[in-house]
Design a protein around this ligand. Structure first.
Ligand SMILES: [Zn+2]
Length: 284
């Protein structure tokens, strides 16, 4: 057991050092907060692994399995660091992005993320049109010292070219998801009365059908989607409606209702906007 623990601790320490070395070129510009947080996580893993290695040889062999579990947990954390570095290594501090794209991302951060964000723009057809709040997605890496705001947020989208530039408003919907995870949901729930919705969900539970919890989760995920649609429709206007109609898979029924729902949100917003502009100062 002692030999295995020494081996695992050495592995965690070496891997931490290797990952820190891998970040040495990306220390400036946008996205650097992620580099800094990943280095911080590696340093903590290295300290914890050294502390475990310091306990070997074990005075009490009964603690061996728990130390082993702890070392495997640390190695899993390094896998996460590796994953983020692998995904975003080419995106830190880059200055070759179209100005319009950078401006759009900055505007979305300003409008939708009250705590701000250090945006990392990742151009790739994988994970297309999605956002990744790194700290929320991997809380365990910074469990001892939660990072200060703003947090790094990955903006994943395919390279803008004439064939897909018109889909850019979809990103506004995706930033809505990050806003939701950063507390927008809790803020809305603080004032919302969900009694009727809860009663409706409970009445939908039938023997042999989906559980109340499953229905609640489904309801919650759609609530999130619709809120993100509403935010995107209000922020980017009809361009979001056209982008959604093209981007979402072609079907009938609920999907058409979703695009129609965005149309209704947009027209209602325009009505409120024009009423306000007639009756007082512009403040939306
Ligand atoms: Zn969504």
């Amino acid at each position: 057991m002692d030999t295995e623990l020494r081996f695992l601790a050495g592995l965690a320490i070496d891997e931490s050092a290797r990952l820190i070395r891998a970040t040495h070129r990306e220390r400036n510009g946008r996205g650097y907060s992620l580099v800094s947080l990943l280095i911080q996580a590696c340093e903590r893993v290295s300290i914890e692994a050294s502390s475990i290695a310091g306990q070997v040889p074990l005075a009490d062999p009964a603690v061996g399995p728990s130390l082993e579990r702890e070392l495997y947990r640390l190695l899993d954390e390094l896998k996460l660091v590796h994953l983020f570095l692998g995904m975003y290594a080419g995106d830190f501090g880059r200055n070759d992005l179209p100005v319009g794209l950078v401006h759009m991302v900055d505007a979305l951060v300003r409008d939708l993320l009250p705590r701000g964000a250090d945006p990392i723009i990742h151009l790739s057809p994988e994970n297309m049109y999605s956002t990744l709040g790194v700290v929320e997605a991997a809380k365990q890496l910074w469990r001892l010292t939660p990072p200060p705001d703003p947090h790094p947020v990955g903006f994943n989208l395919p390279a803008l070219n004439p064939e897909n530039a018109m889909l850019a408003p979809i990103l506004a919907h995706e930033v809505g998801h990050t806003a939701w995870r950063q507390g927008l949901d809790a803020q809305l729930n603080a004032t919302a009365d969900l009694t009727a919705a809860s009663a409706h969900l409970r009445s939908a539970v039938v023997p042999g059908g989906p559980s109340a919890q499953h229905l609640a989760e489904l309801f919650d995920s759609w609530r999130q989607e619709l809120l993100c649609d509403a935010l995107a429709a209000v922020l980017t206007g009809p361009s979001f409606l056209f982008a959604s109609a093209v981007f979402l898979p072609v079907t009938t029924g609920p999907l058409m209702s979703r695009v129609m729902c965005c149309c209704l949100i947009w027209t209602s917003f325009c009505r409120i906007k024009s009423r306000k502009s007639l009756s007082g100062p512009k403040k939306y």
